[in-house]
Design a protein around this ligand. Structure first.
Ligand SMILES: Cc1ncc(COP(=O)(O)O)c(C=O)c1O
Length: 361
């Protein structure tokens, strides 16, 4: 875009070279890009006590990544499943959690590529099937349940053997070493999309907020370094399982090597907020639930109580604390996860009342 005389933003650098590095990775096409970037003025105003003058907030709609109800994993599956296709596999076998967003998106992506999917999910089959698991069945996956991680691993190998015996060509996705690099490369690219989308509005970001277990965040950090633009990446974690700064820096460096980039990211460059996890991974928090309601009721945007709601709780708390000014442009990356709302229906409505009312009719 042509800069106006009052526009003091630095020129957007040319991204051709960065895109050239990403193009080194084999890839299949799964999603329509760019995903939308929409401003959230009602949310911004609500967080600024009903007054204008607070930071501008934009939402990167990666919950709208084209297939199987969307989410961040479809971006990395473009790279991971390219490897599967190159190996000429016809069946993807993957072990994940019972209510995994990744599982749902993997089945959708495999369907698109004409691959069969076998899921081995950790947990037991629930009495009522809801959320991501329901979508796994709707998408036609063959679903198995494993009580422990060890059992899950044995089942993956056993199912691969059975597939081979039936003259199939299995690919165990857990053994595909691309997950971290593919996710970081995907979010390096997604950040370029955001920079171009904001530039078209005459804006540059000052902060990114995203639910992070380190992989996508590593990509945003790489984008920051490679473009030299002055924005900060704030990851908000949904789990206490990892030491995020070292993990994120490690993934960023592994990705830089895979892309042929000569740079080193250090752990002190990584900002992660761990204080929005609440009781633990997979357990909704009060602040997260409030943030989900706020996004829904001000902007009509549905988050989820496990990942994006907790990340939004971080953003909400920081805006309320007055950390940002009117010049700030914050990008909240919506990484998906919305099917979890159906497994947590009681957070949004008193279902016992609904049942009682309908049963008395
Ligand atoms: C909805 C959602 N947001 C964020 C994440 C974390 O993404 P990453 O592992 O790239 O940090 C996940 C991962 O499972 C997710 O399902």
């Amino acid at each position: 875009m042509v800069a106006s005389t009052t526009d003091t933003r630095p020129d957007l650098p040319d991204f051709t070279a960065i895109r050239g590095h990403i193009a080194r990775l084999p890839r299949v096409n799964l999603i329509v890009r760019p995903t939308p970037l929409t401003e959230a003025p009602n949310l911004a105003r609500a967080l600024n006590h009903g007054k204008p003058g607070g930071p501008r907030i934009f939402i990167k709609r990666d919950d709208l990544t084209s297939l199987g109800l969307g989410g961040n994993k479809l971006r990395n599956l473009e790279f991971r499943l390219a490897r599967t296709m190159a190996e000429n596999a016809d069946t993807v076998i993957v072990g994940l959690d019972l209510q995994s967003n990744s599982a749902r998106q993997t089945v959708a992506a495999c369907n698109r590529l004409g691959l069969k999917t076998i899921l081995v999910l950790e947990g037991s089959k629930p009495n009522v099937i809801q959320g991501n698991l329901l979508m796994d069945y709707l998408l036609g996956a063959e679903v198995h349940f494993a009580a422990t991680r060890d059992e899950q691993r044995q089942m993956l190998d056993g199912l691969a053997d059975q597939t081979r015996k039936a003259r199939g060509r299995p690919h165990i996705l857990n053994d595909n070493p691309m997950f971290d690099v593919a996710s970081a490369a995907a979010y390096l690219e997604a950040t370029l999309e955001v920079l171009e989308q904001l530039d078209a509005e005459g804006l540059s970001p000052t902060y990114f907020y995203m639910s992070s277990s380190g992989k996508g965040q590593a990509g945003i950090i790489l984008a920051q370094r490679l473009t030299g633009l002055d924005f900060r990446m704030h990851g908000v974690t949904a789990t206490s399982e990892f030491h995020l700064p070292s993990r994120t820096a490690g993934i960023a460096n592994e990705t830089a090597r895979a892309l042929g980039l000569d740079l080193v990211i250090t752990e002190d460059e990584i900002v992660n907020f761990t204080d929005f996890v609440g009781e633990g991974y997979g357990v909704p928090s009060e602040a997260g639930v409030e943030a989900v309601k706020l996004f829904a009721r001000t902007e009509g945007v549905i988050l989820d109580p496990i990942y994006t709601g907790k990340a939004a709780a971080g953003l909400v708390a920081h805006v309320r604390e007055g950390r940002f000014g009117a010049d700030d442009v914050i990008v909240f990356v919506h990484t998906g996860g919305t099917p979890a709302n159906f497994t947590w229906a009681d957070l949004w409505v008193d279902n016992t009342m609904t049942t009682k009312t309908s049963s008395t009719r």
